[in-house]
Design a protein around this ligand. Structure first.
Ligand code: ADP
Length: 281
C-alpha cells in the first residue's frame, strides 16, 4: 500500500515485503504476516497517529514488535524493517512501547518509575540528578499525576497506572511510540479520559504513534489514518484516511457524537467485515 507521497526525509518507518513466520519448519508453523509493505513519512511538527485494527491474531502486535526490535519476534523471516532508513536490529531509545498491561516497576514509586529510564540513559542524556527529577515531575504534571509521585503503582487506579506508563515512555522523548491495546483493560469512562489525555499531550511531543486497538471508535478518534488488516496471514487490507475526521484538540465524547465520526466508524466496520468475509471465503 502506498502511504502518502514520499518526502525528502527518510521514512520514519518502512516495511519492505515483510513476512513473519513463527516456528518455521515445525508442525506449529504459522504465517503471522505475509508480504507487508508500507512507508510512514516524517511529518515534521505534527506527529502522526496510525491506528491499526483487524481480527485477533492477524499480526497487529507482530508489526509493533518488529518495529520495536523485540527479540522474540525480530527479525522478519523475509523482507526488511527500517526505522529512518536503518534496518532495525533491536530495541532503542528512539522507540517506546506502551502495553495493555501496566509495565511499571511495582517496587518503585511513581516518581522513581519515571526517572528510571532517565537514569538508565544518563550518560547519553547528560542530565544531572536534579534535572532528571525536574523532567520526571514535569511529565507527571502533564499526565495529571502531581501529588501521587510518592505512591507505589499498586496504590493507583488502572487509569493512573497507565498514566505512569505514558509518562515513563514520553519522558525519554522517543521519536516513535508503539501502543499495543493500551486502554483495553480500562473501563469505558477511563478509556475516554485516556483518549482525552493523549489528544492533549500529543501536540507537544511530535511523535509518530502506532496504536493497535480493537475499538474502532478509538481508532477513528486517535488515528490520522486507520489501517485495517486481513485475517492471518496478516496483510494491510485497506487504509482509510480521507474520511477520517480531524479530531486534533477535539474532545472524544463531543467528537463521537458527530455525523462524520459515526460515518467513518461505520466505514471502518464495513471494510473490517468485508476483509474478514473474504479471508474466510
Ligand atoms: P494480533 O496482535 O493481531 O492479535 P499477533 O501479532 O499477536 O496478533 O499474533 C499473530 C499470530 O502470531 C498469532 O497466532 C500468535 O499466536 C502468533 N505469535 C505471535 N508472537 C509469537 C511468538 N513470539 N511465537 C510464536 N507465535 C507467535
Amino acid at each position: 500500500m502506498s502511504a502518502r507521497e514520499s518526502s525528502a526525509l527518510p521514512a520514519v518507518v518502512e516495511f519492505r515485503n515483510v513476512t513473519k513466520t513463527f516456528n518455521p519448519g515445525t508442525p506449529r508453523e504459522f504465517i503471522a504476516l505475509r508480504d507487508v509493505s508500507f512507508r510512514v513519512d516524517d511529518t515534521p511538527g505534527i506527529g502522526e497517529f496510525i491506528a491499526i485494527v483487524g481480527p485477533s491474531g492477524c499480526g497487529k502486535s507482530t508489526i509493533l514488535n518488529l518495529i520495536q526490535g523485540f527479540s522474540d519476534v525480530y527479525p522478519p523471516t523475509s523482507g526488511e524493517v527500517l526505522v529512518r532508513d536503518r534496518v532495525v536490529e533491536g530495541p532503542g531509545r528512539d522507540r517506546g512501547m506502551i502495553f495493555q498491561k501496566y509495565t511499571s516497576f511495582p517496587h518503585l514509586t511513581v516518581r522513581q518509575n519515571v526517572t528510571f529510564g532517565l537514569e538508565l540513559n544518563r550518560a547519553e542524556l547528560g542530565l544531572s540528578p536534579s534535572a532528571r527529577d525536574d523532567l520526571a515531575m514535569e511529565w507527571l504534571g502533564k499526565v495529571g499525576l502531581r501529588g501521587h509521585e510518592a505512591k507505589y503503582p499498586h496504590q493507583l487506579s488502572g487509569g493512573q497506572q497507565q498514566r505512569v506508563a505514558i509518562a515513563r515512555t514520553l519522558v525519554l522523548s522517543p521519536k516513535i511510540i508503539l501502543m499495543d491495546e493500551p486502554f483495553s483493560a480500562l473501563d469505558e469512562p477511563t478509556r475516554i479520559e485516556m483518549q482525552r489525555l493523549i489528544m492533549g499531550i500529543w501536540q507537544a511531543v511530535e511523535t509518530t504513534v502506532f496504536i493497535v486497538t480493537h475499538s474502532l471508535a478509538e481508532a477513528v478518534y486517535l488515528g490520522d489514518r486507520v489501517w485495517i488488516m486481513t485475517p492471518a496471514p496478516g496483510r494491510l487490507g485497506k487504509q482509510i484516511i480521507d474520511s477520517i475526521p480531524r479530531t486534533r484538540g477535539e474532545d472524544p465524547l463531543v467528537m463521537q457524537e458527530g455525523r462524520a465520526f459515526k460515518d467513518a466508524v461505520a466505514e471502518v466496520a464495513q471494510v473490517f467485515r468485508d476483509l474478514e468475509k473474504a479471508g474466510r471465503g
